[in-house]
Ligand binder design. Structure first.
Ligand code: NAD
Length: 362
């Protein structure tokens, strides 16, 4: 049976919002940081995560310990478990949902397409379905992705630009999420905000992402494959530091308008549907990423330069963040070198040179 502790907001005089937030994907990279930040400022937080095995579950378990030590209650379960969701929303009167649970990663879709459909389309729809039936309905903020811009070559990417050319199944499911969100906003008057994150990195990050496994391989002296300089083309990413993303997420929650419900809609009230880019506005090539890591690790990488295979990754991402700046007061402040320094410090404290986890004694 579901017993939720620590779900009431703690008292804080500096903060007056007192939200009660369900964070899905709470044991994930972004979910951990967002949950801690919400808790720190005095909001009530309950986390939900299915601890799937897409990458090391030990890392997710250690993030869970971090969250539980901060007084955040974590429910182990799946967004595809409708009865669990219903029970959860019956037990706690959530004012907001920060929906971050998803099957992330672009290449894994070739091996496991159904996990993308299940979590990113069906699971997301379940969350909306439960929220639409509540009275009052919570406001929803969820993670879309920069990948929705797909093969679009007009840069920087602005929210108005076309998103009808996904380059991967991951991108297609994130785009589908945006369409589904539109329909739930339109019919049920749910307040929904989509955040298109651009390559988020930092401490407690994801081992499947290049900056993370490059660090591991450089330390071990293993070969890394860099998609750079072939046919004058380099892969570049608009790397965005986790603390900047967290600020954007909190601002999105704080500015989310009220859900109106279908009844409110009939009276002519408009529930907001918003989409924002959360990026850093300065793409860095993978070659430069490696050079920064070499400097920070004080070790040369064993590089193999190759042409990027057609596996769903786009060449360059670059966010236009003027809309988020205007509406959310979003302003990223961490450049890649500064952010990677913090990542490397965390990495070296958490893993040994072989990439094995230090015994944390817990
Ligand atoms: P993550 O994989 O670390 O976190 C996602 C978490 O959700 C994981 O802990 C996983 O166990 C959980 N989860 C997955 N499917 C679930 C399900 N069906 N039910 C319950 N829990 C489930 O990824 P992240 O980097 O923290 O990403 C968070 C969100 O941001 C995701 O929606 C992702 O697609 C999106 N995003 C991330 C980035 C990035 O660079 N990190 C970029 C764009 C978008």
């Amino acid at each position: 049976d579901l017993v939720i502790k620590s779900s009431t907001p703690t008292d804080s005089t500096t903060h007056h919002h007192h939200k009660i937030v369900l964070v899905t994907g709470a044991a994930g990279f972004v979910g951990t940081h967002v949950s801690l930040a919400l808790k720190r400022r005095g909001d009530g937080v309950v986390g939900l995560d299915n601890f799937n095995k897409y990458y090391q579950t030990s890392l997710k378990r250690d993030r869970q310990k971090l969250l539980e030590n901060a007084g955040i209650f974590i429910v182990e379960g799946d967004i595809n478990d409708m009865s669990l969701l219903v029970k959860l929303f019956e037990t706690v009167k959530f004012t907001h949902v920060m929906h971050l649970a998803a099957q992330a990663g672009v290449r894994y879709a070739m091996k496991n397409p159904s996990s993308y459909i299940n979590s990113n389309i069906a699971g997301f729809t379940n969350v909306l379905e439960v929220c639409k039936s509540l009275n009052p309905q919570p406001a929803i903020v969820w993670a879309s992705s920069s990948s929705v811009y797909g093969l679009n070559t007009k840069r920087p990417f602005s929210e108005k630009d076309r998103t009808d050319q996904p380059a991967s199944l991951y991108a297609a499911t994130k785009k589908a999420g945006e369409e589904i969100a539109h329909s739930y906003n339109h019919i049920y008057g749910l307040s929904i905000t989509g955040l298109r994150f651009f390559t988020v990195y930092g401490p407690w990050g994801r081992p499947d992402m290049a900056y993370f496994f490059f660090t591991n391989k450089i330390l071990k002296g293993k070969k890394i494959t860099v998609y750079e300089g072939v046919k004058q083309k380099s892969v570049a990413r608009d790397f965005t530091y986790i603390d900047d993303i967290v600020k954007g997420c909190l601002a999105a929650l704080d500015t989310a308008g009220k859900s109106t419900g279908s009844e409110g809609k009939k009276k002519g009230l408009e529930a907001p549907l918003r989409i924002f880019n959360l990026g850093n506005t300065s793409p860095v090539t993978v070659g430069e990423l490696v050079r920064i890591l070499e400097r920070l690790l004080n070790k040369k990488a064993n590089k193999e330069v190759k042409e990027m295979p057609e596996n769903g990754d786009v060449m360059i991402t670059h966010a236009d963040i003027s809309l988020a700046e205007r509406e959310l007061g979003y302003k990223p402040t961490t450049d890649l070198e500064t952010g990677l320094k913090k990542f490397v410090e965390w990495y070296l404290a958490y893993y040994d040179v072989e990439g094995k986890k230090f015994d944390t004694g817990s």
